[in-house]
Design a protein around this ligand. Structure first.
Ligand SMILES: Cc1ncc(C[n+]2csc(CCOP(=O)(O)OP(=O)(O)O)c2C)c(N)n1
Length: 325
């Protein structure tokens, strides 16, 4: 795939936006400024950036507990995201959901989801709706290697296949489900091999290379939009931190951790080296983008900190309750 300079820099900028958002949120939480749970996406940025670079506003994504990267890459509002982490009234869910339930329907962001594997069948529902409404669009499910062992994954791949839905399945294989390594939860080495059981296309790509992810997604979107079927794309990656903030990740092999955090593996310095080597951009341009993104994240923190808390009277607003008993 031949990319323009703008396309390369857009992938780079998206990865920076995710990394800086995540690392800022980490510092804020460790500093006691944020409450709730935080599952960081640092290290996996190339997947969200590569996938979402092939999606239009009409295409939809369903996300996970580790969802900030997907939301940022799909065009979510960083100010509203940060305010939500702060529990402020200006947040995506008026400060009531925190990190794991951010949605922006207008941007095709159907929602993050704290239930592992739940986003996968929901994506089929979205794909069904898109087809019913005759939209030229796809629905994309993000999920982890752990989630691919759940029944929801298997049922959803089967249903998408037999109903020929425009669904794309993105498995983010970061090698662990909480503290359990992939090898202890499944015998397969390649999760993409599961696709053939359902008659759909399966491919494993380097999930730390945004261009490889973009290329695979390009093919998957083409296939889905032309009615030729679904795709399971396994993106091999590594999460830099523990499962959530507070997990010291003592179960990781230190040598492996060091290797994946090195400049050769970390998707951001690795992509920077490529952009410089292929003369797509020079160091000043890349630094300029870094400064620009840092300013965006700092502004989002200032916005969140100066936003009001939700009022006690609004406690039950936007909260679903069945008919009062
Ligand atoms: C149905 C369900 N079971 C268990 C959990 C607890 N849990 C939260 S994240 C997680 C691991 C998920 O691993 P994976 O799908 O590989 O995603 P990753 O965290 O690696 O991104 C588990 C077991 C949950 N939230 N939902």
């Amino acid at each position: 795939m031949k990319l323009t300079k703008d396309a390369y820099l857009s992938l780079y900028e998206t990865m920076l936006r995710i990394r800086f958002f995540e690392e800022t949120a980490r510092e804020l939480m460790l500093g006691g400024k944020l409450g709730g749970f935080l599952h960081l996406y640092s290290g996996e940025e190339a997947i969200a950036a590569g996938v979402c670079s092939e999606l239009t506003k009409e295409d939809c994504i369903c996300s996970t507990h580790r969802g900030h990267g997907h939301i940022i890459a799909k065009g979510g509002d960083i100010h509203k995201m940060m305010a939500e982490l702060y529990g402020k009234a200006t947040g995506y869910s008026q400060g009531k959901s925190g990190s794991m339930h951010i949605a922006d329907i207008g941007m095709g962001i159907i929602g993050a989801n704290g239930i592992v594997g739940a986003s996968i069948p929901i994506t089929n529902g979205v794909a069904f709706a898109l087809r019913y409404l005759k939209k030229d669009a796809v629905a994309v499910a993000f999920f982890g290697d752990g989630a691919s062992n759940r029944g929801t994954f298997h049922e959803a791949l089967n249903l998408a296949s037999v109903w020929n839905l425009p669904t794309i399945f993105i498995c983010e294989n970061n090698h662990f489900g909480m503290s359990t390594p992939q090898g202890r939860a499944m015998k397969l080495k390649r999760i993409s091999d599961r696709a053939s059981a359902y008659g759909i296309a399966g491919v494993t790509v380097d999930g730390n290379d945004p261009v490889a992810v973009k290329e695979a997604t390009h093919e998957a979107v083409k296939r889905a939009k032309s009615g030729k079927g679904q795709s399971l794309i396994e993106c091999v990656t590594w999460r830099h931190h523990g499962h959530y903030i507070g997990d010291p990740a003592a179960y990781k092999d230190p040598a492996e951790q060091k290797l994946w955090l090195s400049e050769e593996r970390d998707p951001i310095p690795r992509f920077e080296a490529r952009l410089l080597k292929e003369k797509v951009a020079n160091a000043e341009e890349l630094d300029g983008l870094k400064n620009k993104v840092r300013d965006v994240i700092s502004a989002s923190v200032a916005f969140a900190e100066s936003s009001p808390d939700p009022s006690p009277e609004s406690m039950y607003d936007f909260v679903y309750m069945p008919d009062e008993a």
